[in-house]
Design a protein around this ligand. Structure first.
Ligand code: FPP
Length: 244
């Protein structure tokens, strides 16, 4: 029919292997409704749950969520504590289902700065799921990309000084192996919600060839259909990696 284009479907043979998400707009979502910011973070957590499940269903191998940046400590104490409580509650309520789905949780960032009760919960989740292999679920917590790169440079320099490493051995692959994402493929697709068009110190090294998808909706309004639309758009793009 003339005006009835066939709906586009996801090509399951050409899925992005790794999708990264900047879950932005929780605060504005709540403000628009005259509610406290934490209501937005709770709504955003419901979206996170749905997207983890949908990604697993689709067969995505790696998913990465920017949950808390090294800069987020500057937010009011109530909001920081509220986010830590949300994280703990999330793990408590979801961990059994995550584990039974063979999903491995991994943290990008330094969890030593988290409050003790949150760190313990995160460590429990890491340990429980460490051998799972169906999907890797990365949570960026107290994460900053420049911080990560500085940490890698320091370790590489230490190894050069000690003689464990020759300067000529340093190449891109080696640098990647010193990052929190060591051993993982770089993201194929990065999705940021809320109409902001920036990276905010997220995976700067890893997104060299990533396709970006900026959504104008706030994170709590993102859903399975929006994820599928983004994947279809990704599949229609032409990735050249610098070639022609
Ligand atoms: C950005 O929105 C969102 C965050 C800084 C936190 C994201 C955290 C969650 C969705 C929940 C916690 C995570 C887990 C893993 C359970 P914003 O607050 O910057 O929104 P705004 O830009 O509209 O103010």
């Amino acid at each position: 029919m003339l005006f009835n284009k066939r709906p586009q479907e996801i090509d399951l043979n050409n899925l992005p292997e790794h999708i990264a998400f900047i879950m932005d707009g929780n605060g504005r979502w709540a403000k628009k409704r005259g509610m406290p910011r934490l209501v937005g973070h709770n709504a955003g957590t419901e979206t996170l749950k749905r997207i983890v499940k949908e990604s697993k269903k689709l067969g995505i191998k790696y998913i990465t969520f920017y949950a808390f940046s090294t800069e987020n400590w500057k937010r009011p104490t109530d909001e920081v504590n509220g986010l830590m409580n949300i994280l703990v509650k999330y793990i408590q309520s979801e961990i059994n289902e995550i584990h039974s789905n063979e999903i491995k949780i991994n943290i990008l960032g330094d969890i030593n700065r988290l409050p003790e009760y949150a760190r313990q919960q995160v460590e429990y989740a890491l340990d429980l799921t460490k051998d799972n292999q169906s999907m890797q679920f990365n949570i960026a917590l107290n994460y900053g990309s420049r911080d990560e790169i500085v940490m890698a440079i320091k370790k590489i320099a230490e190894n050069c000084v000690s003689g464990a490493l020759e300067i000529d051995e340093i190449d891109e692959e080696m640098v990647s192996s010193y990052l929190y994402t060591a051993g993982m493929p770089d993201p194929d697709l990065l999705i940021r919600t809320s109409g902001e068009f920036r990276l905010s110190n997220f995976l700067l090294w890893q997104v060299a060839y990533t396709e970006f998808k900026f959504e104008t909706i706030y994170w709590p309004d993102f859903n399975e259909a929006a994820l599928k639309r983004s994947i279809i758009e990704y599949q229609n793009r032409n990735r050249r990696y610098g070639a022609i």
